[in-house]
Design a protein around this ligand. Structure first.
Ligand code: BG6
Ligand code: MG
Length: 235
């Protein structure tokens, strides 16, 4: 694989995966949890409104949902707990069968290629989910909702993950399904692979519909191009 690397982009040594919506379809469960809460509270909310909340921390998601509606800290704490209760109910049955297509294959491929792997997720449920998905042995480090104060789109979570891997930001690739996550990766000085529609992740260096059928070699070839810049349409 050495031969693919260009002389002026540092060698890629690590991949940092977002979790919800990248390795497993829990982004849908986060959405359903917020939808139920919004319905109970009589707050207008739908799938489209949820798109802007992808990747945001629990608190930032709630603030986005409330959109300026006044609530006390106590009420907000209760709402976050209620939503999390719904979410935990949804993920109760999750197992390795819930890894998204291509995820397990890519994780194994990275292991064989000697590329380090971290999870960089804003979720406070990330460790639990990683256990349930049975991928703990394929992951070298976990940065989650407890690791840093400033969440995505700040770069902090991914910088924390890179530090845990012992790598410089420029040696890392981030795989993300959220606009806020792509923004965080770019702010961290990392290369970004966006999963999903260009309207959402088009700012990434490489955009793919999903991880299905994706080979590490293909990602590496694309991201190692000397003149690599984020996809032009969203800059
Ligand atoms: C991110 C999800 O991974 O984690 C967000 O994309 C979610 O939707 C965030 O709000 C925080 O998750 P949790 O499990 O701590 O509420
Ligand atoms: Mg995500």
């Amino acid at each position: 694989m050495e031969g693919i690397m260009s002389s002026n982009s540092p060698e890629i040594r690590g991949v940092i995966f977002d979790l919800d919506g990248v390795l497993t379809e829990t982004a849908e469960y986060h959405y359903r949890g917020w939808q139920r809460l919004a319905d109970e509270e009589g707050i207008p909310f739908d799938r489209q409104a949820n798109e802007a909340m992808r990747g945001l921390s629990r608190r930032d998601s709630l603030l986005h949902l409330l959109d300026g509606l006044p609530r006390t800290e106590e009420q907000m704490e209760e709402m976050m707990e209620r939503k999390n209760g719904y979410y935990l109910e949804f993920i109760k049955e999750i197992s390795s069968g819930d890894l998204l297509p291509g995820a397990a294959e890519l994780l194994h491929e990275l292991r064989s290629a000697g590329i380090k792997v971290a999870i960089g997720s804003a979720s406070k449920n990330a460790k639990d989910l990683i256990q349930r998905l049975g991928i703990a042995d394929l992951v070298d480090a976990i940065s989650d909702g407890y690791s840093v104060t400033r969440s995505k789109p700040a770069p902090d979570l991914f910088l924390h993950a890179a530090a845990q891997l012992g790598l410089a930001p420029a040696q890392c690739v981030v795989v993300e399904d959220a606009a806020s996550g792509v923004e965080a990766a770019l702010a961290a000085g990392m290369r970004a692979v966006g999963l999903g529609p260009a309207e959402r992740v088009g700012a990434a260096h490489m955009v793919l519909p999903s991880l299905a059928g994706v080979r590490w070699e293909d990602i590496l070839a694309k991201l190692s191009q000397p003149q690599l810049t984020p996809e032009p349409q969203m800059r």
